[in-house]
Design a protein around this ligand. Sequence first.
Ligand code: HAM
Length: 423
Amino acid sequence: MPGDRDVFRAPNGTHDVLAPESDRWQAFVAAFATRARRAGFGLLVTPIFEHVEVVQKLGASTDAVRKEMYDFDDKGGRRLALRADGTASVARSFAQHQPVTPWKVWYVAPNFRYERPQKGRYRQHWQVGVEVLGVDDATVDVEVMALAHDFYRDDLGLRQLRLLVNSMGDAETRARYREVLLAHWRAHASLLGAEMERAEANPLRILDSKRDDWQEMIETAPQIGDHLTDRAADDFETVQAGLRSLGISFEIAPRLVRGLDYYTGTTFEFQSDALDAAQNAIGGGGRYDGLVEQMGGKPTPGIGFGIGIERVLIVCDAEGVFAGAPAGLDVFVVDTVGGIASLPLLAELRAAGLSADRAYGNRSMKKQWGVADRLGARWGVMLAPREIAEGKVVVRDMTSGEQVAVKWDEVAAWLTREETSAR
Ligand code: HAM
């Protein structure tokens, strides 16, 4: 808590996004929305908090639930939790509304995980993502991965991307694999120490550990690819053939299990070398064919991905792409006659579709022109006593400095015409 002389700050691991950076956020989300809409996805908006059981479906052995969940009791004694990802809420929403399938949704929302904050890792982070429910067809996995890939490459301009792909197989595959994997961990029980308990609960969780002293044990662990059933292997082949048909390069990553427990079948992650290895994942996803059922719905296959907005923007800066232009301003109104007169003029300019602003507090003319410069206005419109008496305003081209008197009631049309012909 701040003392008397301290200023309140946003909580650790959270941040404000101010303009013009927020203009870039808006452009990011708009580009994603356009791409998702073109591919047949509709926007889904879900609550920021859910019943705790919904978030717990990420898995009892995951960090997101074990250590990082923001859960609390509300005043009615309900146990709730802030959302930790988008997928659990989408699956819950599907189970609740039973929409017609295939159900294709996209979202943009903040997620909450009590992480140790560092660059690219926050306690509140934002994701854009898509989910497809009700399609049991490995070619849709390819379409979903391609959507993320094309967004990074074509909308943002990222080049240093790596796509890692793995398969968690079907239920039979995973049952077989868990056994051989657990046997491997048991053979290293002394190294695992207290974490052996976690290995017993979910042997897959140990695979994504970054602990240096475990890396050799992890590297020598059995690989899921060697235990796929024929059906799972066929699906994985289809996924690879589909990616090749689109010219999307990828690496098979046999130890990519991802941090959440709901995954089945295809899993994937996009990584960037522009970030430290500990948080180089700029997006990821996969299949979760059991999750809707866990939410109380009918068994329904699902696949999707989430992209971390903050992390991707750090990578954009590192690659020098998607700088995002500040919104800019079409018109700045300089009012030397008291301020009231500028109100209907501004209303008219804005109604005509121009962005228009003014200075406040009856400042000197020089100061007002200074603000127009600072805001990078394209045009200045001055309300001055002499011209007003003639029913006119002065329009200044802020680039050339040229000025012209235009009839008050024609200025919006005049500027709109100039703006259109300049485009
Ligand atoms: P996730 O891998 O946990 O997957 O998160 C997706 C992306 O969100 C990460 O690749 C990363 O870019 C970003 N991210 C995650 N945690 C943080 C954090 N603490 N700070 C900043 N960025 C972060 C999911 O959340 C799944 N729901 C993805 C999915 C959708 N799977 C299927 N459908």
